[in-house]
Write a protein of this length. Structure first.
Length: 164
């Protein structure tokens, strides 16, 4: 298989998963699409060097681009979360709307940290390394985001299992 064919197969196979992560990072389906496309473009330019772990490269690129975005946008109102068609349709629509509305109250930085910590299942240290911030910043941002979610959507607490 040629390198070009390998890249095309990678894009076809992994774009839906990358799009879900990008949506969680941005909260906007159009921005998510732009984020994925931009990251894939960078990957295409460097495909010869990243073929051993292309998905990790693309995800890291998305995270870095999102961090740059929220650094540029400090103080600017965040995008409203709209529905994302690729999301799990078996999920209760009322709960889905509640989660969407609760996530919309978070800043881009808070949402990015929560996506990395709980969707991507990274440790505090790994999250800090990806975002270029300290472990303490990750901890405090996570706490602030979870506090905000608990305040804005206390009825969603029953969906999550508290760590023991």
């Amino acid at each position: 298989m040629t390198r070009e064919a390998e890249f095309e197969a990678f894009v076809a196979a992994r774009t839906p998963a990358l799009a879900r992560t990008a949506y969680l990072l941005t909260g906007d389906p159009h921005l998510a699409e732009d984020l994925v496309q931009s990251a894939l473009l960078r990957a295409a330019e460097r495909w010869e060097r990243i073929h051993t772990s292309p998905e990790a490269y693309v995800r890291r690129t998305m995270y870095h681009q999102q961090v740059s975005s929220w650094r540029r946008r400090r103080g600017v109102r965040e995008h409203a979360l709209d529905g994302y068609d690729a999301a799990d349709r078996s999920f209760d629509p009322d709960v889905r709307l509640s989660v969407r509305d609760a996530l919309a109250t978070l800043t881009l930085k808070q949402r990015t940290v929560l996506v990395l910590r709980f969707f991507e299942d990274l440790t505090e240290q790994q999250t800090g390394d990806v975002l270029g911030v300290s472990r303490g910043t990750v901890k405090s941002t996570t706490r602030q985001a979870l506090d905000r979610l608990r305040r804005t959507a206390p009825h969603l607490a029953e969906l999550v299992e508290e760590p023991s």
